[in-house]
Ligand binder design. Structure first.
Ligand code: HEC
Length: 238
């Protein structure tokens, strides 16, 4: 019994220890019902990500779920004549060439919000810092030695890693060079981007929740009807 308790404690300790060593995630705080935010995020995605990352499960015209018309999608998100509004979001990059270029092929981002989670994605875009020792000149506290460059360096500015040797605290990120956006504006932009990534990972989520409510209301009404009917049938017999 004692041994079992000891082992449990040991496992518990190693777990909590491992957890405290990784970078704590910052809550993204996205509002998945904010259609305008999703639309702004889609704009960021096609302008800043699609040159490297595909989203081969995402068709442009799924954005009609956010209230955009097909013409609006075509005008604001598609920049060439050959891409149709019913096409999936892809680029001309071939995986072998991309791997040669970056060392790692940029992954498809269709369902990244489900594999990484929205808080991870939000934290990732807040965790880039200047590091001249890497190929890109950037590093990331959440994803050490990531092969991706900081695509929003102009907006966020340059963060540097500060290690306080005396206090032995966790390394901190400090904004050394200001960007074109204030920290709050930058966070709002990343929230929009993450909101879109979440939408892309599960574009029918909002619709499913609505259908769920309708089904529940139906079931409650039906249960009441069945009960009333049963009462009516058995009234004579008792
Ligand atoms: C210049 C090319 C390039 C651009 C532009 C780019 N990325 Fe990346 N991205 C990469 C590469 C390469 C990797 C793989 C990094 C690695 O595994 O070390 C990556 C990795 C990632 C990852 C981590 C994936 C994982 O779970 O392993 C995420 C998330 C991501 N990118 C999101 C984005 C988003 C969102 C944008 C647009 C705002 C973007 N990227 C723009 C090249 C790019």
């Amino acid at each position: 019994m004692r041994r079992a308790l000891f082992l449990t404690l040991l496992v518990w300790q190693s777990w909590t220890h491992a957890a405290s060593e990784s970078v704590p995630l910052i809550e993204a705080g996205i509002n998945t019902q904010d259609a305008a935010s999703i639309q702004r995020g889609a704009g960021l995605f096609v302008n800043y990500c699609l040159s490297c990352h595909k989203a081969t499960y995402m068709r442009y015209n799924r954005l009609t779920d956010t209230g955009l018309s097909e013409d609006q999608i075509k005008a604001s998100l598609i920049f060439d004549d050959s891409t149709k509004v019913g096409d999936v979001m892809t680029n001309g990059l071939d995986p072998v060439g991309a791997k040669a270029m970056f060392g790692v092929a940029p992954p498809d981002l269709s369902v990244i919000s489900r594999s990484r989670g929205v808080d991870w994605l939000y934290t990732y875009f807040l965790s880039f810092y200047k590091d001249e020792s890497t190929v890109t000149g950037w590093n990331n506290t959440l994803f050490p030695n990531v092969a991706m460059s900081h695509v929003f360096a102009a907006q966020q500015g340059e963060q540097v890693l500060v290690i306080d040797e005396e206090r032995h605290s966790q390394p901190q990120l400090k904004l050394a060079v200001e960007g074109t956006m204030s920290p709050d504006q930058y966070k709002q932009m990343i929230r929009d981007l993450v909101n879109y990534l979440a939408f892309m990972g599960e574009p029918a989520a909002e619709k499913r929740k609505q259908i769920g409510s309708v089904v529940l209301i139906f079931l409650i009404l039906f249960a009441f009807l069945a009960w009333a009917l049963k009462r009516e049938f058995w009234k004579e017999i008792h």
